[in-house]
Design a protein around this ligand. Structure first.
Ligand code: KIV
Length: 276
């Protein structure tokens, strides 16, 4: 059964953790869908993780559409969420037009970063029946790549709690809490009806999201993440072994090649001789 927002909300009510991973390509989308991940998320972290950009602010609508289309082809059951890239949601008209582009290309919902300044945008999208996932705490499009923890002071904690409620009231259907103290994430999770999805936000969110590169061990490691595989090392070893085998003449072997039938080869050779 294809997962929808009602299903995700029912998981919160039943205290079943929601699983979310970022995804940028077709083969990984197939694997995440096969593994029954709830939300496959085309994040703008594609910029720094795949495209070699210095920051999320370089990611364009064209980049997001390109990766969304690839991921879409691999997803059958998961809820497909896509990030609104930097400056693609500056006003309601622009946000609705860009979000509709994503929906036309298979997204189930859009995620946008920001606090109360994004309330009118969330309202406008919701009025157009576009599902929105909000995102507060550390927001790379606003704070850049250097992440600090939010919710450590009383003033900031109150602001986060109020902002989360305002975004829910505006119609957000989900909310990502990034780099927020565990205690404040827990209060937000208990206060809101919509599911909270944490990243570096502790154990009490309704779901967890990680960047797939961090899970696989591609690139640098982070405290909030966990490496389930050392893909850097595995990939490097495979590349070195391939290079060595080509240099040694150990690849390809007979198992990797195709042959022409002996009688046909003889005819080709005879023809070659006659041509000389
Ligand atoms: O783009 C992304 O990877 C994100 C996650 C940090 C949630 O927004």
């Amino acid at each position: 059964m294809k997962k929808d927002i009602t299903y995700l909300h029912s998981k919160k009510k039943q205290h079943q953790p929601i699983t979310v991973l970022t995804c940028y390509d077709y083969p990984t989308a197939c694997l995440q869908d096969d593994a029954n991940i709830d939300i496959v998320f085309v994040g703008d972290s594609v910029g720094t993780n795949i495209l070699g950009y210095k920051s999320e602010m370089e990611v364009t609508m064209a980049d997001m559409l390109h990766h969304l289309k690839a991921v879409r082809r691999g997803v059958t059951y998961a809820y497909l969420l896509v990030d609104m890239p930097y400056a693609s949601d500056q006003n309601s008209k622009q946000a609705v037009a860009n979000a509709n582009l994503f929906l036309d290309n298979g997204a189930d919902a859009v995620k946008l970063e920001g606090g109360t300044e994004k309330v009118p945008i969330v309202t406008a999208l919701t009025e157009q029946e576009i599902d929105v996932c909000a995102h507060i705490g550390h927001t790379p499009q606003i704070h850049g790549t250097r992440a600090s923890t939010h919710g450590k002071t009383v003033a900031n904690a109150k602001e986060l709690i109020q902002t989360a409620s305002a975004l829910e009231d505006a119609g957000a259907k989900l909310i990502v809490l990034e780099k927020i103290t565990e205690e404040i994430s827990r209060i937000i999770t208990d206060t809101l009806d919509i599911p909270t999805i944490g990243i570096g936000a502790g154990r009490y969110c309704d779901g967890q999201v990680l960047v797939i590169n961090d899970v696989l061990g591609i690139g640098t490691s982070f405290r909030h993440a966990k490496r389930y595989q050392d893909y850097n090392q595995l990939t490097f070893e495979a590349i070195c072994q391939y290079k060595q085998e080509v240099q040694n003449g150990d690849f390809p072997t007979d198992a990797n090649v195709a042959h022409i039938a002996t009688d046909k080869l003889a005819r080709v050779q005879k023809w070659l001789e006659s041509e000389r």
